[in-house]
Design a protein around this ligand. Sequence first.
Ligand code: SF4
Length: 702
Amino acid sequence: VGDSKDYDSETESVCPFCGVGCLVSLKVKDGKVKYVEGINGPANEGRLCVKGRFGFDYIHHDHRLTKPLIRRDDAPAKGLNVDPGNLMTHFREATWEEAMEKAAGGMANLAQAHGGRAIAGFGSAKCTNEEAYLFQKLIRQGFKHNNVDHCTRLCHASSVAALIENVGSGAVTATFNEIENADVAITIGCNPIENHPVAATYFKQFAKRGGKLIVMDPRGVGMRKFADHMLQFRPGADVALLNSIMHVIVEEKLYDEQYIETYTENWEAEKAHLADFSPEKMEAISGIDPETIRDVARIYAGAKSALIFWGMGVSQHIHGTDNSRCLISLALMCGQVGRPGAGLHPLRGQNNVQGASDAGLIPMFLPDYQTVTDDQIRDNFTGVWGSDDFSNEKGLTVTEIVDQVYAGNIKGMYIQGENPAMSDPDAEHARDAFAKLDLMVVQDIFLTETANYADVILPASALYEKSGTVSNTNRQVQMVRPAVAPPGEAREDWAITTELAQRLGLGWTYTHPSEIFAEMKLNMKSLNNITWDRLKTETVTYPSLSPTDPGQAVVFGDGFPRPDGRARFTPAAVIAPDEAPDADFPMIMTTGRQLEHWHTGSMTRRSKVLDAVEPEANCSLHPKTLRRLGVEPGEMVRLSTRRGSIEIMARADRAIAEDMVFVPFAYVEAAANVLTNPAIDPYGKIPEFKFSAVKVEKATAI
Ligand code: SF4
């Protein structure tokens, strides 16, 4: 970190990586970001993790896309075969005019020949709220259907489904900072020290102050060092574990009768359902002894104020919605919602996955989670848009769209800032599907693995090059500002989408993101009292009750946005993971992120510091497992599932169970998602990334 004299200008913005939403000050010299400091945002109070502090230089990497590209007529067959440093064997440079005409004209031709449903779109949780709003608007207004989605489908769609179903809102009920007011906190299926590192600092402080922290996870995640109880349960046993905790609360009458009576419905059904889940009976499934279950139940139910935090270990299962239903029921039966230090908090992944979901970048909801099936709601939007009605059918989700591409029913895709060739389950299937498209328009800052399959590539802007707003896991809306100009001819995403819409004849006239934000406010009550001008000088948490209210850190203190103001108990049965380990695939694979690398690695692997710290694809196995396999730490293993195989360097990790392997999904040379299971949760439609049956062998033995 330099001193105050070693930069030309400084700009305040928001970290582009995780959902914590740390505010940063970008120090710029000679047109480049030289270093980054944390500033006093409500979510970070000056703190940054290694990604926020050192992971900024990807924006100046020489792989940045600086001109529009069009696939060459004599290009080799589509595949994962483009060298990012030598694109020209596959693509040729084009003018914006030519590229936009090929993109918009190509989409229009496909829609004319096959109907609007021949086109589908993946927007981005990496873009701003305004850009997410425009993306969903383009698909709905331009092609008259709802086949538009984004990576929320791969992270917390099941949590959102359960929250909307049972408390009436898909966002957190309390900010993570509320842990300051709690005396008990549960973290389950999350690894905040690596994935939400600045939020984790608040959790550690809580534990050091004497707060009781209960950590539940099949992996021995780092937070266990701060925990009163660490419940390392069997993978996929979330419902058995949580129902057994709730069984004890019912059996010992530890629940909050008055709260249940006043604010909830379906309690009798939940109570009856739980009778069958004694800790003694569930131990065989969860692997947790009954006495620990009873301790944890008494601690949580006896708390003055308690929070539950969860991550993708909960959501990424075929029973992900059931897992969240259990967490919601646990909080409701103990009255642990709607007070300072009490609530439900799914830790959102991407920097703007909350905002992109709020802005309607999902197939079943318009902005503010207003259903597409309601005629009046669609009318409200088309009235503002000045356009005809569009389909009242819920659209297809990410994996459903890929399946329809593979089947030949979707022939064109517009993909903005997402990398499904790396992030989708059974990635080879997704890649094979993309190779079949007649037209793939990719808008991104790098030649991602997905862009390898593109016909037209539109060079876009990184977050530190654009204006707009983003919303973090805390429901806090914050402004991003351009510190530097986009490289070459690259443009801001909202401007590219606007021009595409103009060329599709949609009559858009936006000249600045503030105009888009103003339009969003017309049909998004969540933005009441939040104005562009306010956001220039402050962070506002939604809901904000007045033009001077900084927003409500805790919601639902006096009822829920559901019929009769009551939250609902939805009982959940134990459902086995989609595929069981067997003689051919005897172990369990789980996937996730590492501290230094963000998602599919397109940004962080192009950051010098982060890549130097973590340069090589790796997986984690218990030392005893390595010994059994005859593998030394640092040697290569071969992982095989029913979908494919990869070879990857093995690390020893005592915290992982002996029959498990953890594989980060950031590395294209050993892509975890070649192995993952595409089976989905029936409600949230989220794939089961957290459980695949796998065979592990020493690579040299093959
Ligand atoms: Fe960025 Fe998240 Fe790290 Fe904060 S915690 S600096 S938002 S990656």
